[in-house]
Design a protein around this ligand. Structure first.
Ligand code: SF4
Length: 390
């Protein structure tokens, strides 16, 4: 079952945003800045509780995600980090990432983050075009992204991720190529490219449903993905996951933990976690989160805390299915047959022999003695493969 040899990862969900982007369905809230201070105290309490139920737990990565973690001031980030270092064993080379909005990032803020030990910054660029940023109701301009990256470099960040979105209404292949090129001109170490998902409850989904915006074109979205694959390869980036590319040595260690289906703790409202065979999520509302963390003192078994709302024990079949689905997202590593055998005591090929043979015949999967992974064609049709395999 789950390897206990590898260190844990820690995800901290910061559920505040200054404004809500039109495509976003994450658990984030606006106009709640007054809650940030009590939230930080509650989060520290949750760190202490979860670490208290697992002695000597070791962390290999820490990720401040959201939401907009860059709304926290350096003192608040410092107090959270101090509690983590007090309660866990943190590896000396731990990857410590923070997601940020470009308009929150000036040199003095970034320099303080760097001193605190944040060593990877993930900046939400989304597009290089002003009209598209307006469609998304983003708070920043492309100039702000350029200034943020310049300031981050000056502050000593040598591991930057830039996110872009593609496949949204009115976007053309030309505007996508231009966003890609402007992003690449900033020379990030890592980039994540996300196809827009029309999430229920978002303004973007409502506009498309009412015909105010055209429905994204699947064929055009596939063309955009292929274009990105070519442009990024030419620029020296290596694709290691369906939506992620990096320069050599800069894969996201935190996200690799998810895709390898290895254990991670999720803290904060709306966070998810998977540890000791339990997959769980925490309650959503920040107000309730703060209240619960203030009042509850009863003991909880790791990895649960007073904020845990749903928790299920993942059985062997479930863990195998999740490991297959997430491992196949890793476009180079795929699923290592030996690692899979060591974990589950069975060769992955024996589990789904006829199906895998069929997908190999369709050139959607590649298999050799060591690995099973998606082909280039399989990456475009990954949903079909996942649906049938799981
Ligand atoms: S900043 Fe990020 S988390 Fe906040 S609303 Fe926009 S996309 Fe969602």
């Amino acid at each position: 079952m789950t390897s206990t040899a590898s260190p844990l990862s820690l995800y901290l969900h910061i559920p505040f945003c200054q404004t809500k982007c039109t495509y976003c369905a994450f658990n984030t809230y606006t106009n709640l800045n007054a809650l940030i201070e009590p939230f930080v105290e509650a989060l520290i309490r949750e760190v202490e509780i979860v670490a208290g139920s697992k002695s000597n737990a070791t962390l290999g990565t820490i990720f401040f995600g959201g939401g907009t973690p860059s709304l926290l001031n350096p003192r608040q980030i410092e107090s959270i980090l101090k509690s983590i270092y007090r309660c866990f064993v943190v590896l000396p080379d731990a990857e410590i990432s923070l997601e940020a909005n470009p308009n929150d990032l000036d040199y003095s803020y970034l320099a303080e983050l760097r001193v605190l030990g944040i060593n990877r910054l993930s900046i939400g660029m989304q597009t290089a075009h002003g009209n598209e940023l307006v469609l998304f109701a983003r708070r920043h301009s492309n100039d702000m992204v350029v200034r943020a990256v310049t300031a981050a470099r000056r502050a000593g960040f040598d591991n930057l991720n830039l996110d872009l979105i593609y496949g949204f209404p009115h976007q053309t292949l030309g505007s996508w190529e231009s966003s890609l090129c402007q992003m690449l001109a900033l020379r990030p170490e890592h980039t994540s490219l996300y196809a827009l998902g029309l999430e229920a409850g978002t303004p973007m989904a409502a506009w498309v449903a009412r015909g105010r915006l055209p429905c994204p074109d699947d064929d055009l979205t596939a063309d955009m993905y292929e274009l990105a694959t070519t442009v990024l390869a030419r620029a020296g980036y290596s694709q290691y996951e369906i939506s992620n590319w990096s320069r050599p040595g800069y894969t996201s260690r935190h996200n690799l933990q998810y895709w390898r289906n290895l254990p991670y703790i999720g803290l904060g409202p709306g966070a998810h976690g998977f540890a000791d065979g339990i997959r769980y999520s925490t309650l959503l509302a920040p107000q309730r989160y703060i209240k619960v963390m203030e009042s509850e003192s009863s003991h909880h078994d790791f990895p649960c805390t007073p904020a845990t709302e749903h928790a299920v024990m993942v059985d062997r079949a479930g863990e195998i299915a999740e490991t297959l689905m997430m491992g196949l997202r890793l476009t180079q590593e795929g699923i290592r047959r030996r690692t899979f055998f060591q974990r589950f005591g069975v060769d992955v090929l024996e589990l789904h022999a006829p199906l895998i043979e069929r997908f190999v015949g369709y050139e959607l999967l590649y298999v050799d003695d060591e690995v099973i992974r998606l082909t280039q064609r399989g990456r475009l049709l990954s949903n079909v493969v996942f649906r049938e395999l799981i």
